[in-house]
Ligand binder design. Structure first.
Ligand code: FA5
Length: 345
């Protein structure tokens, strides 16, 4: 049939045009002219009404087959052009892996803050909550509530920066204990309180007038000295590893009874004695003890029912022993050559 021949010719013509397309725009032009509703192939559909029976069916079939063949050919050409485009792009954009990379400068984090994070991680993994107290304290919280009334000789050991007669920069983080106990209203407590402390200490290799402590406090029924020792030993093992020498000494704090202090073997001389540890072979890192019954009473706990332990860890001392820092003042001098050595460790 003449019409079917025409369809065949038209199809071959369109396929030839598609073959010639070499880029995206030329392909789109062909699509517009030959594959749209207004295309000559679609226009030929109008002849269908002139045909009958068998002829009508085979003509319709011929048009559909032609359309299908063209669409398939078009799709494969489209893919060919897009693959070619990607290939050309890849060839043009060759990456020279021998070029030096961009130099991102990564600063260090002061070991003071790294140690706080580490201490908090260790204690929160043991179920402690983190609470903070204020840097500026009242005489009442800093001393009285810690069982250090005015004229108590222990005040002299923490010679202080007073702001008024009754307010001062806190000399230890222990007053945070009293705030937490007031809030807890007689309920059990398991907290740590990191923060800064200030004392009129003469600065030397292991003392600074500003330093950090992490206070710890556990209050519940049946808490004993064995719980305190086990907790601190676990903390020290996690912080310093198994090999470091640890020494528990009995001591005195007005707010704990009995009291202990804990020393770690000196990072410089490993226990032999040197100027940094003042010849003792050890550096003191924390004070601790069983909460004094009077402190419990002042804070609303019945000491016959409740007991507790507390500790105060010196942050810089831990940093010194952990990283082998030979002078505490380096932590505060803001020398980037020092800080840069402490990328997140
Ligand atoms: C206290 O401050 C007690 N509040 C600790 C405590 C808490 C005892 C709870 C019992 C119960 P001490 O003055 O010993 O104690 O200080 C504790 C730690 O803080 C010391 O072991 C030391 O690591 C650190 N520290 C004290 N003074 C300085 C200072 N001037 N410079 C650097 N670190 C210091």
């Amino acid at each position: 049939m003449e019409l079917i021949k025409k369809v065949e010719e038209l199809k071959n013509e369109i396929i030839a045009k598609i073959k010639e397309a070499f880029d995206e725009p030329s392909l789109r032009l062909i699509q517009e002219n030959h594959l749209s509703k207004k295309s000559p192939l679609n226009a030929m559909m109008s002849h269908i009404k002139e045909l009958q029976g068998e002829e009508k069916a085979s003509f319709g079939q011929a048009i559909n087959n032609a359309k299908k063949e063209i669409a398939e050919f078009f799709a494969s050409k489209e893919k060919e052009i897009s693959d070619k485009k990607i290939q050309e792009k890849l060839e043009k954009e060759k990456i020279d892996i021998t070029l030096p990379s961009i130099d991102y400068h990564m600063g260090g984090i002061n070991p003071f803050y790294q140690i706080i994070d580490e201490i908090c991680d260790i204690f929160t993994s043991m179920g402690y909550q983190v609470k903070e107290g204020p840097d500026v304290e009242t005489d009442y919280f800093n001393f009285e509530r810690m069982n250090i009334p005015s004229n108590h000789p222990a005040r002299e050991m923490q010679d202080s920066f007073y702001i008024t007669n009754t307010t001062l920069l806190r000399t230890h983080t222990s007053p945070a204990q009293a705030h937490a106990m007031d809030e807890a209203k007689g309920q059990p407590l398991k907290i740590i309180c990191p923060g800064k402390c200030f004392r009129r200490d003469d600065d030397d290799a292991t003392h600074s007038h500003q330093f950090g402590q992490v206070e710890g406090l556990v209050i519940d029924k049946n808490i004993n000295l064995g719980n305190l020792k086990a907790t601190l030993e676990l903390f020290l093992r996690k912080m310093f590893g198994e090999k470091r020498e640890v020494r528990f000494r009995s001591s005195y704090f007005p707010f704990t009874e009995p009291s202990v202090e804990v020393d770690i073997s000196c990072m410089e001389c490993h226990g032999k004695g040197c100027p940094i540890c003042k010849g003792t072979g050890y550096i003191e890192i924390l004070g601790a003890g069983m909460v004094h019954p009077h402190v419990l009473e002042m804070s609303g706990y019945d000491p016959k029912e409740y007991s507790g332990f507390a500790f105060g860890i010196g942050i810089e001392r831990v940093a010194m022993l952990r990283y082998g820092i030979d002078d505490i003042r380096k932590i505060y001098q803001g020398d980037v050559r020092f800080i840069e050595q402490f990328k997140r460790m």
